[in-house]
Design a protein around this ligand. Structure first.
Ligand SMILES: O=P(O)(O)OC[C@H]1O[C@@](CO)(OP(=O)(O)O)[C@@H](O)[C@@H]1O
Length: 457
């Protein structure tokens, strides 16, 4: 029986209704919440009003410029239809796909009347609501958002120049601004809401009445939009890796020690501002020995320790297959959920990694040196990898991984250290480990920029 997660302890239907003028970072926040909650195994989906609006405009042959040059009418036919469709999609999702979970209504939701109506309808369908306003009057943030939208948002890819995007967004801002009412406790004190002022420099909370809502608040408080890098590495090859054994607290092999020296070089060469670097390791010897020569502040986190293999700790995969064939098969069948007797599953690791993710969202210039399973979980969060796939990803030894985190996507670059190491990768259906990597493949010793394992929103 797995440990309960916040998904299990909150079997509720929640709709996060986003409020805010264009270029306030609404879609960025929506997508981040989707990614965070999905990573925690909570069914979550974002429903985007402007995608629906575009479709309706197309079908009705209406020119978007004409609409946005007119006066805003809350009950105008096109806007009403857009809201109805978005709401229908959400009700349909809760009705047919997710018995419980979180829907994000990603729209402008400009007026008190519109919000009131939405709140009542959702309540009538047994759906709990929290409004999340992205309020911003700092022109520099708005300008940065427009530039980001121009380079990354599919909605604006049709425009040829940044100036076209600026014009289009400015028209929309003018259109909605005339009617826009910000959330206040005086006017809408009955609503449950989160108001972010100038991203998260100030936050107002009203009736945050459930654990799930407070998790969302805490998460958003840790977000920032600055482009930045996060650096990841497994420890150098360990004695246990050489012997094909899992778990334990072994020291580095000779080649592992070489990697710990090489890592200093790689950091100097590839990490900009490395003088301000912070190094995080687990509490296990092999990660600390790998960090030994790095002259930066170091933090040890118990949460970064390798997945606990329980009664299989210290065995090779072949020994596990022989001694515990049922367990061996059960793990191959569902590696994400399988928990070693007396140990952990990938799901358990994700639960304990939550504080690490919060801290990483809040920070830049961090090098995390940890283990195969833990890195898969961290990587899955940043790269939006599905939970069934994540335990099977290849995270080779002696490789520095750079995650370039941007508002609407993450790009991965792998830097191979050119020091041979065994492979610790076991494919599904076999107890044998993969081919040993001799460090001379095409990636060795060079930076492969632009290897985008996956670009996510
Ligand atoms: O989930 P799988 O693929 O077994 O990978 C996790 C295993 O990786 C290992 C190596 O085989 O991690 P580590 O990075 O700590 O060396 C084991 O200790 C651990 O049990």
């Amino acid at each position: 029986m797995p440990f309960a997660t916040i998904a299990d302890s909150n079997p509720i239907k929640l709709c996060v209704v986003i409020v805010g003028l264009p270029a306030r970072g609404k879609s960025f926040i929506s997508q981040k919440i989707v990614r965070y909650l999905s990573w925690l195994s909570i069914p979550t989906k974002s429903f985007n009003c402007s995608t629906n609006l575009e479709q309706i405009l197309k079908e009705s042959g209406t020119n978007a410029d004409d609409l946005f040059r007119s006066n805003y009418a809350s009950d105008g036919e096109i806007l009403n239809k857009t809201r109805d469709i978005t709401l229908e999609q959400i009700l349909d999702w809760f009705g047919n796909v997710a018995a419980c979970g979180v829907a994000i209504y990603d729209g402008i939701n400009a007026t008190k009347v519109e919000r009131d109506r939405l709140n009542k309808t959702l309540q009538n369908h047994g759906i709990n609501t929290v409004f999340l306003e992205a309020y911003c009057d700092d022109e520099s943030i708005i300008e940065t958002n427009i530039t980001d939208i121009d380079s990354t948002s599919p909605e604006y890819s049709k425009f040829e120049s940044l100036q076209d995007t600026i014009n289009s967004v400015s028209n929309k801002i003018q259109f909605y601004s005339k009617a826009y009412q910000t959330l206040t406790t005086e006017d809408e004190g009955d609503l449950s809401f989160i108001k972010l002022i100038n991203f998260s420099s100030q936050i107002i909370l009203n009736h945050i009445d459930s654990y799930l809502k407070s998790r969302i608040v805490y998460y958003i408080m840790n977000l920032h939009v600055k482009n930045r890098y996060i650096w990841l590495s497994r420890h150098g090859e360990s004695q246990y890796n050489l012997e094909g054994k899992i778990g334990g607290d072994a020291s580095l092999s000779e080649r592992g020690v070489k990697y710990s020296y090489k890592l200093v070089e790689l950091v100097n060469k590839y990490i900009p501002n490395h003088d301000k670097l912070e190094v995080w390791t687990s509490t296990l010897k092999r990660t600390q020995q790998t960090a030994k020569f790095l002259p930066y502040p170091q933090k040890q986190w118990k949460a970064l320790d390798e997945l606990d293999a329980g009664s299989c700790d210290g065995l090779t995969y072949e020994e596990i297959a022989e001694k515990y064939p049922d367990d061996f098969k059960a793990r191959d069948d569902n590696k994400f959920e399988y928990r070693y007797p007396g140990g952990e599953s990938y799901r358990d690791v994700i639960t304990r990694l939550e504080p690490i993710i919060m801290a990483l969202e809040n920070q830049e210039n961090v090098l995390v040196i940890t283990h195969q399973a833990v890195l898969r979980c961290i990587y899955a969060y940043f790269m939006n990898v599905h939970q069934e796939e994540s335990p099977w990803m290849s995270i080779p030894l002696h490789t520095l991984i750079r995650l370039e985190i941007k508002a609407y996507g993450t790009q991965v670059t792998r830097i191979k250290a050119d020091i041979p190491a065994v492979s610790t990768y076991k494919e599904r259906g076999t107890s044998k480990l993969g081919e040993s990597s001799n460090g001379t493949n095409i990636m060795s010793g060079s930076v492969i920029s632009g290897i985008t394992d996956k670009v996510v929103i």
